[in-house]
Design a protein around this ligand. Sequence first.
Ligand code: HEM
Length: 344
Amino acid sequence: MADPKLVQDIVEALDIPGGSTEKRPVHTVGVGVTGHFMPSPVAKDFCVAEHFQPPTNPEGVAVDVRFSNGMGVVAEHDGWSDVRGMAVRFHLKNGKSTDLVAMTLPVFFAPTPKKFLKFALAARPKPCQRETAWQKIKDYLRLELPMPDPYQGQTERPNEEAIAFANKHVWAQPAVIDASSIGAPVSYVRAAYHAVHTFVVTGKEEETRWVRFTWAPIAGVLNTNPLEPPKDKFLKQDMIDRLADDRTERFSLVMHIGEEGDDFNDSTRQWPPHRKRVMMGTLTLKHVPEDQEAHSEKLSFNPWHLTPGIEPSGDPILDIRRDVYEYSSNRRGGIPCPFSGAKG
Ligand code: HEM
């Protein structure tokens, strides 16, 4: 069990103006979608977890998915550059389930909870303004990229403070650099999402592997043109339109297999790109339920909500997320997350 004071301090450090304690302090705006997951023929060899076994149902395992904008504000700034989230709940037999929570950054901002608290307190949104042409030229002469122009209606952003922090803390640099230039996808189904942490999976011969998961969009990755940002609200409607008339959208679940020397317990560090990858299955999105209160707002995912065959690694950030998400869900009145009993 994590230090409750640290858990509370972390959640409160995420609260920003424009947010609400009755909603998630990050990933506040989102859309819930239903569908199913079909494991690939090889998935069962690599992981004994139930959702990777040949399904009894011809469609595979039912899933609830919530896509989200990373920002902790209730206004829908869909056209703004931001990290996006994809949280998936696989519904297993006998009312059980398991979660996989992912985002569009491949790495996290800090290697430990205390360092993350420092980062969250420093990288608060601050008033921002368009740099003058002269300032931009000066930036280039100093071999620095000018700050991007604020979007229409954007008066505050965390970028400047996050970059200043990363300049002094090398561990924050990969995530901050990625996040500052991430852009906005044309659709939630045109982005790749990473579960970031390492998990330990058990294969059919009882062998263990250290792995990281990514959802790869079958339609491919595509961002909006930053010079012509779209309207603020379009991502939910885009999902409704794409799934109308029985149409579907799909993602592949890719499992990267770690090797000796890779960082298993530090989610600020990426693995080399040539690690072996296994296609674990296909997720098909089918429907945007009308009851978004039940299928998005009140849902509570938790990266610790695991099932036999998948264990958490020793990553201290993954460790604290169990209690942070539980605290946050209780604070906003979410549906309590039914733990599989993996810890405590
Ligand atoms: C110490 C590190 C982290 C903290 C403190 C943190 C905090 C939070 C909190 C408080 C929530 C709202 C939970 C709720 O009320 O249900 C949340 C949601 C979320 N987080 Fe994190 N997070 C962390 C790391 C990560 C990482 C590494 C990822 C990606 C793998 C991630 C992806 C998400 C996503 C996608 C959601 C939205 C889930 C949903 O749709 O309900 N977070 N986070």
